[in-house]
Design a protein around this ligand. Structure first.
Ligand code: GRG
Length: 305
């Protein structure tokens, strides 16, 4: 996509989501890839159900736009973006399982364990996780080997025990022992923040950014990650407030282990304004080129879905 193309943010967002969707559909074809023996029909159908069901594709968008800051674009970058989305989809499939959040619906459709069964959902998640690393390592992803190794290492750390999976473990533990504010901040930075941070960091890795540029993008990713979670908690509260007819939603948040529950809706809105301002400041050195990423920060902070 050309930088100078005068597309609205929404159009750009939806067009890139469609590109990711199309590539994911190809990567999740029933035809075995070189070196694979066979792709069991039910398992591939469960993976497709979990990955091709209308997600926003926010993380791929952040990755594509971060790479574009360094004039890096094209099929290889799209493949890394799709790999990241595979990991996000795996996390949602596993998060929905009875042993975790026990949800029946995801993106308006039956969750994978409801549409198939629990064992198949576990395996679909496992297979999406491993596929992500296969996609990045594959010869078809035409990037220098040193870049691929950096991406694989950063992604493994973002998704694993010190990132998303670790954050999920802390979240499950928080159901038994109520976390304090610092613990909530840490678990959210891990559970939802780590993949968002990686999305921005990956753009810098692919674009062979300087250390300073990479640090700015990583910090930008952290700010967006925080904003994403705060906005999500706020949406939860305002949705429940609407249901129970409350004006501020503060009471509806009571008892839930979120920062909105600690500080209330007004505080959260101010924090979001602060995070957007911080995101703008962090990307100021990139000048006009950072416009789309700054709009993404606003979209994340002020979204209504
Ligand atoms: C099971 C290892 C493991 C991790 C699960 C990310 C996660 C960890 C759980 C998700 C729980 C959840 C629904 C958190 C709220 C924030 C969130 C990640 C929402 C879903 O992300 P979106 O809004 O979803 O980007 P779409 O559907 O657009 O992809």
């Amino acid at each position: 996509m050309d930088h100078s193309t005068p597309l609205s943010f929404e159009t750009r967002f939806f067009l890139q989501a469609a590109q990711v969707e199309q590539l994911l559909a190809e990567l999740l074809s029933s035809r075995p890839r070189e070196g694979e023996i066979a792709r069991p029909e039910t398992l591939i159908a469960a993976m497709r159900h979990g990955a091709l069901n209308g997600g926003k594709r926010l993380r791929p968008f952040l990755l594509l736009e971060s790479a574009r800051l360094f004039d890096a674009e094209g099929p290889a970058v799209l493949r890394v973006a799709a790999a990241l989305e595979c990991i996000h989809c795996y996390s949602l499939i596993h998060d929905d399982l009875p042993a975790m959040d026990d949800d029946d619906l995801r993106r308006g459709q039956p969750t994978v364990h409801k549409a198939f069964d629990e064992a198949t959902a576990i395996l679909a998640g496992d297979s999406l996780l491993t596929l992500a690393f296969d996609i990045i390592a594959s010869d078809e992803t035409e990037l220098p080997a040193t870049v691929k190794v950096q991406l694989i290492s950063a992604l493994a750390r973002a998704a694993g025990v010190g990132g998303m999976a670790g954050g999920q473990a802390l979240d499950l533990a928080a159901e038994k022992v109520k976390p304090d504010e610092a613990e909530i901040v840490q678990l959210q930075a891990m559970k939802t923040g780590a993949l968002i941070r990686f999305a921005c960091q990956a753009g810098a890795i692919i674009g062979s950014a300087t250390d300073a540029e990479r640090e700015s993008l990583t910090a930008f990713g952290e700010a967006i990650g925080l904003a994403f979670q705060l906005a999500d908690d706020l949406l939860d509260v305002t949705a429940s407030a609407e249901k129970v007819g409350k004006a501020t939603g503060k009471d509806a948040a009571a008892g839930k282990g979120t920062l909105v529950a600690f500080h209330g809706v007004e505080w959260a809105r101010q924090q979001l304004n602060g995070l957007v301002a911080q995101a703008e400041e962090l990307l100021a050195p990139f000048g006009e080129k950072a416009g789309v990423l700054i709009e993404t920060a606003r979209f994340v902070a002020y979204r209504e879905y």
